[in-house]
Design a binder for this molecule. Structure first.
Ligand SMILES: Cc1cc2nc3c(=O)[nH]c(=O)nc-3n(C[C@H](O)[C@H](O)[C@H](O)COP(=O)(O)OP(=O)(O)OC[C@H]3O[C@@H](n4cnc5c(N)ncnc54)[C@H](O)[C@@H]3O)c2cc1C
Length: 438
């Protein structure tokens, strides 16, 4: 309940920040009105400006925000709102052109005044931003490079739009109007300062040291870290953190779920990392004593966050990392809950934690269901992908009362969500963590 109230309060605050400048503009004294279309266009311009500046919030990883919303929801919100903001920003000049076609001359960058050039360039920056973000993989832009492009273009688009707004100066001529926008811009700058300067400093002051690196099946490595000269963090099984072995000021961190027990002694934290690309392929070279910086915990994919009677876990490949953290934590807590784990993998040899899961089956009330895409010849278990039929064959009676946790790549989550829908599972009992966010 407390969390729901927190969520609604944050939504109210967010929308207030978006609409406040417009509201005040309507209530407080203002310059004389002009043609209707022109006024609507200006209102949309202000709205786009407020939305653009606040785009830093959803992905800023501010703790009070990430406690209220799942991280992937925040990213989805950020993606949707970015497109919406761009469309509003685009309609703003279009309405001006319809109202007075003469104003089309402002598109000529050679002859237009600087306030119009800034607006055009801001829109161009937004277009490049959206194209490089939506089609990053098609365009084969590396994630790190894309992040620099994304941040650079965002600052540019916001800065140019602000310049345009202050220079046009129609609804900015009264002191209170300037003050509102300066306060808003100040808030955006503070958030950026927190992300770019304060958080990296906090991370540098709380380093971790590698204590163990263990090779796992499926080209994965379990990396164990302990706090170096500080108290460490408390995490909930299922949550994740961003980690890096470079300076946190370089912003080359990657997100990984905690895979060890939340009850581990000495505040040791563990991650299991599958070799996939630039960073994950370097993990095998980590050595005990190496310094790693950790930013977390984050995420609402947590069994402690939701009331769970019995639990059903569904994971594909490395998506088993947070499930393992939950199972290890439940074993440490000597849980008696009924647990079912559907674990999809390409082959028997690639099943991460295979041997330890067998041990956990003895300690916990756990029914482990392996589902293999390419099973060995003598395989008697389930094969193919995880479907509604497979789920129904192994779920306990009264499974609709259970809490479902699923984690893995987006196509797997989408497929299983479809299966659960077919089975009439109440969506309020289903929680998922996608390993694709950006
Ligand atoms: C919440 C969450 C938890 C995760 N937990 C685990 C885990 O426990 N174990 C595990 O092996 N993997 C996990 N992943 C996936 C992991 O973050 C990516 O595989 C890893 O970042 C790839 O980095 P790379 O440089 O090796 O690969 P690259 O080849 O550089 O990237 C491959 C793809 O990974 C994604 N990616 C890369 N860097 C980032 C980043 N900083 N943030 C978000 N996505 C990125 C991009 O979509 C990129 O195209 C998790 C992802 C998320 C979102």
């Amino acid at each position: 309940m407390k969390k729901k109230i927190q969520t609604y309060l944050w939504l109210a605050f967010y929308f207030l920040m978006v609409f406040l400048p417009l509201l005040l503009l309507m209530i407080l004294p203002k310059p004389e009105g002009r043609e209707f279309l022109r006024e609507v266009s200006v209102a949309l311009g202000f709205l786009a400006m407020a939305l653009l500046g606040l785009q830093t919030i959803p992905t800023s990883r501010l703790k009070f925000f990430t406690k209220a919303f799942p991280m992937d929801t925040l990213y989805t919100f950020h993606h949707g709102l970015s497109i919406f903001t761009f469309l509003i920003a685009l309609v703003h000049p279009i309405l001006l052109f319809i109202n007075n076609p003469e104003t089309l001359r402002l598109l000529n960058l050679f002859t237009a005044p600087w306030r119009a050039r800034a607006a055009v360039l801001s829109i161009v920056a937004m277009i490049i931003l959206i194209v490089t973000s939506v089609w990053r993989e098609v365009l084969k832009i590396k994630y790190d490079v894309w992040r620099w492009i994304h941040d650079g273009l965002s600052f540019l688009a916001i800065g140019l739009a602000l310049y345009h707004m202050f220079k046009v100066n129609h609804y900015m001529s009264l002191t209170y109007q300037r003050v509102i926008w300066m306060i808003l811009a100040g808030i955006w700058v503070l958030i950026i300062l927190y992300i770019r300067v304060i958080r990296p400093i906090i991370m540098i002051n709380k380093p971790y040291k590698v204590v163990e690196l263990k090779e796992e099946r499926g080209q994965s490595w379990s990396l164990y870290l302990e706090p170096d000269g500080h108290a460490g963090i408390d995490f909930e099984a299922g949550q994740f953190a961003w980690i890096t072995n470079e300076s946190p000021f370089i912003f080359r961190e990657n997100p990984f779920s905690f895979s060890n027990s939340a009850e581990s002694e000495g505040k040791v934290i563990g991650f299991t990392i599958k070799e996939l690309g630039d960073f994950t392929k370097t993990v095998k070279n980590f050595k005990p004593g190496d310094t790693v910086y950790v930013d977390g915990p984050y995420g609402t994919f947590s069994m402690d966050d939701h009331r769970c009677k019995d639990m059903v876990f569904i994971a594909g490949g490395i998506g088993s990392a947070p499930v393992m953290s939950m199972l290890r934590t439940l074993a440490d807590r000597a849980s008696k809950q009924q647990l079912t784990f559907f674990y999809g993998n390409p082959t028997w040899d690639s099943v991460i934690y295979r041997e330890e899961l067998e041990e956990l089956e003895k300690k916990l009330n756990l029914n482990l269901v392996h589902v293999l895409e390419k099973p060995p010849e003598d395989w008697e278990g389930e094969s193919g992908f995880i479907t509604a039929d497979i789920l129904l064959r192994h779920l306990p009676e009264g499974y609709k009362e259970s809490t479902f946790f699923m984690c893995g790549p987006l196509p797997m989550i989408t497929a299983v969500e479809g299966a659960l829908k077919k089975m009439d599972m109440p969506p309020t009992h289903v929680f998922s963590e996608e390993y694709e966010m950006a």
